[in-house]
Design a protein around this ligand. Structure first.
Ligand code: GLN
Ligand code: ZN
Length: 769
């Protein structure tokens, strides 16, 4: 095909669409089903209708080929587990007695059985259920869902392409089932899994699929030669099946790197590649392998992970380059649109001019269609769209929201000295000991206390105008009094105010910082029926006034003991928001850090001697490729230090991290130069304490001795035993006693007893020193 005829043949597609419906109908139906208020049939009917609505919308917008099978009641990795029959032994009875209830049992557990583990989907905020495999796993093909959904779309008269998670990524995402030795590598099951995929493909072919998409995002991560060989083998085998649909192997979230030549050589008909900024290297790499002559290239030029409008001219030029590199070039978002909210037009509170800069799933679909038209029929055919897009991009670039001279001048003036505390830790420790007068093995908590129904009701009352601000603040103050008085009675050493006023640790700050936008309907699936509304880092960030000082100072006024100030760090503020795409993340982080630095300094000026800056997201934002990590860690740790190094030596800076293994970022933890770090550790028996010790971590640390993810109350003995384990790695002068994380999801009764036991454990172990 010539490039001209290749252009004419260009088609528009997407890999997946938000599942929940315009008013979160799916969430409501599923949760209703769990509570017994919605029947299984009604739930199925809602789901069928939502799928049909999505397909119709996509087709009406001009998408030529719609995806099927991307819909899920909970998670598409769990759907794949069902499709290949890899049901863990403990869930088999439930699945056999009722497929739907068994499915939810795997997702959420029941009274009797634990659910599958849940973890983050690559570097997104979506969580999937981890397949549990072992040498005894027997796969069977069970593509009922995939075939049904394909037939539904075909019945609507649409061209449809089933989207499956590919076999290599499926295995690479799996972990050894309970009881299987940790050294077991799920990828060794590939030869057993491929025949099952072959059957699934044959069934989809028989049901009318011309193409099937196999997603292999795990191939954008660093892979060993053995793993790359496995990928080569997988696609050689699937590609040479006699009766199969055409195969489109999809990658996203980063560049394919050394997996690109492997897939380019495979006997499949098409590849889908990410061509957004993060994966820009794909373009040269594709040219370097000689392109994909005679094959279909699906070009992910519209960013599927952010909420900004596309630069259409730039994308057209990328697409133009790609035309010379493949037999057919189609246009798509870089990944499933699952990761963005549904419709920017639903945001009635955002200024119309700013709204024009935003593209959610619906708007991205339109961009894909426009680009396809421009590619197929020439740029003249989309002249009006290009002009409007240029105007919107220009208005964003020139807006005072985007560029605040005061913020920029200040950011440019940052020196290295601003990012370092004046004294080394050893001197600070002496000053802090004198200033704080804490016992050995000091006890503290991570910040939040139970977010009770009353607190949520108070917020709802305020929003609905049933109470005024003064009335709301009275309720928060009453809560703070209770939290402080409990901590004093329990005998904790460093107190917290309890975070009663915070709806969420990022949103609370985003609402108070200039340059951040909130959405009303910008829901994105985090896991299952849990949806979050990430705020948008839209412009230059500044802090018009102190954000937390009042509450911390109020709490401090109630007690003689030190009350810890509590902030969310810059990296976490970025990680749990939609970020700007018009400047490096490092620049945005620096602006947020400067705003937080002012807050830290104001807290100190108001008499706060201990200030904690939480960075639970430091580890999860780590780039997928090792080569990109040093640069990330450099700006991430620098922005933390910029936030925290404006204080006197006697002021103690804490940080906190959770949800992860930290083994590979101990150096970065060290580079934060925080005086004290609290970490999640209870479930791993203080493993992190040993990792810190092995590294020679020189400062104070509080590996958690109370697993707050469960209502279970740890006994004094248990907590004491964990402390003794901690003491083997960290000397008593530097060991803190605290829970794994904040207590906001816990109830008061178990919180009380658990913290009393934690204090008792500290006293017991102090007595043994
Ligand atoms: N300070 C926060 C809290 O206690 C920390 C939460 C977190 O680490 N996710 O709730
Ligand atoms: Zn935490």
């Amino acid at each position: 095909m010539t490039s001209k005829s290749a252009a004419a043949a260009a088609r528009a597609t997407v890999y997946g669409y938000p599942r929940q419906g315009p008013n979160r109908e799916l969430k409501k139906a599923i949760e209703g089903y769990w509570k017994g208020r919605v029947t299984a049939d009604a739930l199925r009917a809602t789901a069928t209708e939502l799928r049909a609505d999505n397909w119709r919308q996509l087709a009406e917008a001009g998408i030529h080929e719609v995806p099927t099978g991307d819909f899920s009641y909970y998670d598409h990795v769990l759907d794949t587990t069902v499709m290949v029959g890899a049901i863990p032994a403990r869930h088999r009875a439930a699945v056999e007695s009722d497929a739907l209830d068994g499915y939810f049992a795997m997702a959420r557990g029941t009274q009797e059985v634990a659910p599958l583990e849940m973890t983050k989907w690559f570097d997104t905020n979506y969580h999937y259920l981890v397949p549990e495999l072992g040498p005894d796993t027997a796969f069977t093909a069970n593509p009922v869902k995939q075939v049904t959904e394909l037939k539904e779309a075909l019945a609507l008269g649409l061209t449809a392409r089933p989207v499956l998670l590919g076999p290599v990524t499926y295995l690479l995402l799996a972990k050894p089932a309970p009881g299987v030795p940790a050294g077991f590598e799920p990828l060794t099951l590939l030869d057993r899994l491929l025949p099952v995929y072959a059957k699934v493909l044959a069934k989809l072919r028989a049901a009318g699929a011309e193409w099937v998409q196999l997603d292999e995002p795990a191939l954008v991560q660093d892979r060993t030669p053995a793993e790359l060989n496995a990928a080569a083998r997988a696609y050689r085998e699937l590609g040479t099946l006699p009766d199969r649909p055409k195969l489109l192997v999809a990658s996203y979230f980063d560049r394919l790197g050394e997996a690109l030549p492997v897939l380019a050589k495979a006997p499949v008909e098409g590849l889908a590649l990410d061509f957004t900024e993060a994966a820009a290297a794909n373009l040269d790499a594709l040219a370097a392998v000689g392109g994909l002559p005679g094959k279909r290239l699906v070009a992910g030029v519209v960013n599927g992970r952010n909420i900004w409008i596309n630069d259409l001219s730039k994308s057209l030029s990328t697409l133009g380059t790609l035309l010379g590199l493949a037999g057919q070039v189609d246009v798509a978002a870089s990944c499933s649109l699952l990761h963005v909210p549904l419709d920017a037009a639903a945001e009635k509170d955002i200024e119309p001019q700013i709204l024009r800069w935003l593209a959610f799933a619906k708007q991205k679909t339109t961009e894909i269609v426009t680009l396809t038209k421009g590619l197929a029929q020439g740029t003249d055919s989309i002249a009006a769209e290009l002009a409007a897009n240029r105007a919107d991009l220009a208005s964003r670039a020139a807006s005072p929201i985007t560029r605040d001279p005061a913020v920029r001048t200040r950011a440019e003036a940052i020196t290295d000295a601003d990012t370092r505390r004046a004294q080394p830790y050893s001197e600070r420790a002496t000053a802090q000991r004198a200033h704080l007068g804490l016992p050995l093995l000091p006890t503290t908590t991570i910040g939040s206390f139970p977010q009770t129904a009353e607190l949520r009701a108070a917020r709802a009352d305020l929003r609905a105008g049933r109470i005024d601000t003064a009335g709301y603040e009275e309720r928060i103050k009453a809560e703070i009094q209770e939290v402080i008085s409990f901590q004093e009675k329990a005998g904790l050493d460093v107190l917290v105010h309890g975070e009663a006023e915070r709806n969420d640790m990022v949103q609370y700050f985003a609402e108070q910082l200039t340059g951040y936008l909130a959405t009303r309907h910008g829901w994105v699936q985090s896991y299952g029926t849990r949806y979050v509304r990430p705020p948008v880092l839209a412009g230059d960030i500044s802090r018009p006034e102190p954000m937390t000082v009042r509450w911390t100072a109020y709490a401090q006024s109630l007690t003689e003991r030190p009350v810890k100030g509590m902030l969310t760090g810059p990296v976490t503020m970025l990680a749990w928001s939609f970020v700007r795409d018009d400047q490096p993340l490092a620049d945005t982080a620096r602006q947020v850090a400067l705003a937080l630095r002012d807050e830290v300094n104001d807290l100190e000026a108001a008499g706060t001697a201990v200030i904690q800056v939480d960075e639970p997201a430091l580890r999860e934002t780590l780039p997928l490729r090792a080569a990109d990590r040093p640069a990330y860690l450099a700006w991430a740790t620098e922005s933390f230090r910029l936030t925290t190094s404006g204080v006197r030596p006697g002021t103690q800076i804490h940080t906190h991290m959770c949800y992860a293994e930290f083994g590979d970022i101990v150096q970065a933890i060290d580079d934060l130069d925080a005086d004290v770090i609290s970490l999640e550790a209870a479930r791993s028996h203080m493993q992190v304490a040993h990792e810190l010790a092995a590294h020679g971590y020189p400062r104070e640390a509080g590996p958690g001795v109370y697993d707050i993810h469960s209502p279970r109350v740890p006994s004094t003995d248990e907590a004491a035993e964990l402390l003794r384990t901690g003491l083997k790695a960290i000397p008593a002068e530097r060991l803190w006693v605290n829970p794994d994380c904040g207590l906001k999801t816990r109830g008061w009764p178990e919180t009380r007893t658990s913290l009393e036991n934690l204090v008792a454990a500290a006293r017991t172990v102090r007595g043994e020193l």
